[in-house]
Design a protein around this ligand. Sequence first.
Ligand code: HEM
Length: 184
Amino acid sequence: MSETNMKASNYDLGYRILHWLMAILILLMLLAVMGFASVTNNQEHMEMLMGHSSLGTLVGLFLILRIFKRFIKKSPIPEQDLPKLQQRVAKTVQYALYGLMVWIPVTGYLTARFHELPVMAFGRFNLSNASQTMYNPELFDALRLGHEIGTKLIMVLLVLHIGGAFYHKLVKKDQVMRSMTGSK
Ligand code: HEM
């Protein structure tokens, strides 16, 4: 496909803001693997949970806006003039990313709900209900595992997604990356 054939339209400002805000937040959240592994006592653990659940809730709220814009309001997205197979792979990765962006906050919220420690989102709202109900370690472990597997899968997809973006920028030198950075 010749590069001069490419259509030049970009994602609109709303898409770009949501994309980059969520990208930064999700990358920060993925550092939780190291954070949770390094806690040495309950106090540190609760502080980690507070930061993590607060940022995670923000990701969830931005995600609702993004799903609304993309699938309900159907704000137009740029059409890339790419071979069919490449378009299909990119779309599959994008939809899988959307699926995981829903799965991870939902399982995160449920993990928090069944956590034995208080999970104080924004320092104010205790998401954990374990003190009122029977603490169920098996259920907690299953939910946490579901959350963890989601985060591992999203890491693999992000490598493909980011790798794809740089392939377009550095090898194909087309406008795919620019459509999300907004540069001319
Ligand atoms: C939105 C993106 C999110 C990402 C990328 C993410 C990532 C992670 C990661 C990497 C871990 C550690 C897993 C491991 O040890 O391997 C974790 C644990 C956890 N996450 Fe999330 N998370 C997200 C959202 C949320 C949300 C929205 C909540 C709750 C409101 C939440 C609650 C938790 C809880 C309770 C744990 C278990 C911590 C513990 O073991 O005490 N997460 N998350």
